[in-house]
Design a protein around this ligand. Structure first.
Ligand SMILES: CC(C)(COP(=O)(O)OP(=O)(O)OC[C@H]1O[C@@H](n2cnc3c(N)ncnc32)[C@H](O)[C@@H]1OP(=O)(O)O)[C@@H](O)C(=O)NCCC(=O)NCCS
Length: 484
């Protein structure tokens, strides 16, 4: 009797969830993309990303409710005053589902390490690096997609890739002296002109349906980044090719199209590098400057273009994404001073002179990591396979053996080991992309994947406006005045 009643309740709940899913999907899918998504799912005989997401949302809403009901009032560790002054290091303050960073082990995307992603995610025909399309699917759903689902995503992004003419004009009018990251941020901000979410909000969309137009904007954002990056690269560094970009090929994957737009599409090793590069740079949990900025601005219900443009402005800082540019400048200066194959002693002296002049050693240290960044290791393995004899790669290896001891001896850095930026520029330079001012743009293309995945979930789960509490030094002194 009890079992029967239970079964009826379960069936009723399942039915409710299925119909909620269907109506969520109906409401969230603007007419313009309906045909395209159906085509993607029927041609692959599997669900599109949006359809799968719509299935997952009701259960995740319940999951969050249950977590809050069970643990919502529990303390999550003490907060000490130093954390307020110390850039909030270690302060548990955010929910970020796509990835979690362990200080010793490094990043896991939805629970999977970089080597696991390399093994499990679908590859391009003949390729051995994971397709970033698959990584995006994983970040959004927590699931490994099929080859067909990934191909459908490549096609969908290709179909959405074109830029509005006025955005092309904005880029073409930028002086080549304007930093590529500033141009990037301008263009992404301007995409807000066609935001599906901003439009839906003006039209009074129900908050339960926010995620649908946010999903559309995020897909558009990711899809349009190769055209923005390609245009900036050609305008700034190949001025004779200004404004002339090859067309996106709907039969190629995202990284192949990006490589073509940059002018490197004929080199299969560069295309493979882009697949690996985008995958490993996509997400690094929620507290880093770019990810947190994107989430924060999104919490004000600014659309994904405005949110991601803000994230890009944070990524453009030398302690964050610009460090890849800084590493190359530092390495080139070292080579011009010491020659291409310097001795250990000369390199050590150079590292000490950097520290003594009050500068950081770029590419080393991390706010969370306490071991060698597995993103560094993945790039090193790529280099060992594709460019083992490259002189600058060898120099990077030599530096790896020298910097940690020096940083430890200097006694300040909590983490003396290399991060992702210590390696990326060397690989790009090897293939002829030696314009280091551009490197952070590629980081920005990649980081959109992680920020977009979280923006979608934040709106699906009704994440509130962020508003932490701040204190003045006088207020802190007053609070502790009589407590010694
Ligand atoms: C990433 C970074 C900003 C983390 O900062 P953090 O969390 O404050 O790091 P720490 O707690 O270890 O910093 C403690 C001290 O060591 C110094 N330090 C950290 N990394 C250093 C490095 N690579 N070279 C020299 N000094 C370093 C810091 O500047 C700080 O000095 P201060 O007390 O005089 O202000 C820092 O390691 C850094 O500047 N690295 C170089 C830039 C870089 O590679 N950025 C990319 C990160 S992915």
């Amino acid at each position: 009797m009890f079992l029967k009643a239970h079964l009826v309740t379960c069936l009723f709940l399942l039915h409710k969830m299925a119909s909620a899913t269907r109506s969520l999907l109906r409401a969230a899918r603007p007419a313009g993309v309906r045909t395209q998504i159906r085509l993607a799912s029927t041609s692959s005989k599997t669900l599109s990303l949006k359809e799968r997401l719509a299935e997952l949302i009701p259960a995740e809403i319940e999951n969050v409710k249950a977590t809050r009901a069970a643990h919502g009032k529990k303390a999550f560790g003490p907060v000490i005053v130093d954390q307020l002054y110390g850039g909030m290091r270690g302060l548990p303050a955010l929910i970020w589902d796509g990835s979690v960073l362990d200080a010793e082990e490094g990043i896991r995307f939805r629970g999977k390490t970089i080597p696991e992603c390399q093994a499990l995610l679908p590859k391009a025909p003949g390729g051995s690096e994971p397709l970033p399309e698959g990584l995006f699917w994983l970040l959004v759903t927590g699931e490994i997609p099929t080859q067909e689902q990934v191909t459908a995503l490549s096609k969908e992004w290709a179909a959405r890739a074109a830029l509005p003419e006025f955005v092309e004009e904005i880029l073409d009018r930028c002086p080549p002296t304007l930093h590529p990251m500033s141009q990037f941020s301008l263009a992404v901000t301007a995409l807000n002109h066609n935001s599906a979410f901003a439009k839906a909000y003006q039209e009074g969309v129900n908050k339960k349906e926010y995620w649908g137009p946010v999903f559309e904007d995020c897909m558009d954002l990711i899809a349009k980044l190769p055209n923005i990056a390609g245009r900036i690269y050609r305008n700034v560094f190949a001025q004779q090719a200004q404004g002339k970009l090859p067309a996106i090929d709907a039969n190629k994957d995202y990284s192949a199209n990006l490589s073509t737009l940059l002018g490197f599409g004929e080199n299969p090793a560069f295309v493979e590098l882009m697949r690996l590069y985008i995958t490993i740079h996509s997400d690094h949990e929620g507290g880093n400057v770019s990810a947190h900025t994107g989430k924060l601005v999104g919490s004000a219900l600014s659309d994904p273009f405005l949110s991601y443009a803000a994230a890009l402005n944070g990524l453009a800082g030398p302690l964050h994404g610009l460090a890849n540019q800084e590493v190359l400048i530092w390495l080139k200066k070292m080579q011009s001073k010491l020659g291409e194959e310097p001795t250990d002693e000369a390199v050590k002296e150079y590292i000490w002179s950097t520290l003594k002049s009050g500068q950081v050693v770029p590419g080393y240290g991390h706010a969370v990591l306490r071991k060698t960044d597995p993103r560094y290791t993945a790039q090193r393995e790529f280099a060992l396979k594709h460019l083992p004899d490259d002189k600058m790669f060898k120099l990077v290896g030599q530096i790896y053996h020298l910097v940690p001891d020096i940083l430890l001896e200097a006694g300040k850095a909590k983490n003396p080991w290399p991060n992702v930026d210590a390696h990326s520029g060397v690989l790009l330079t090897h293939y002829g992309m030696d314009q280091m001012q551009f490197y952070t743009v590629l980081f920005g293309v990649s980081r959109a994947f992680g920020v977009a995945a979280q923006l979608i979930w934040d709106r699906a789960l009704g994440a509130p406006l962020e508003r932490p509490k701040s204190y003045s030094t006088a207020a802190i002194q007053k609070i502790f005045k009589d407590k010694s």
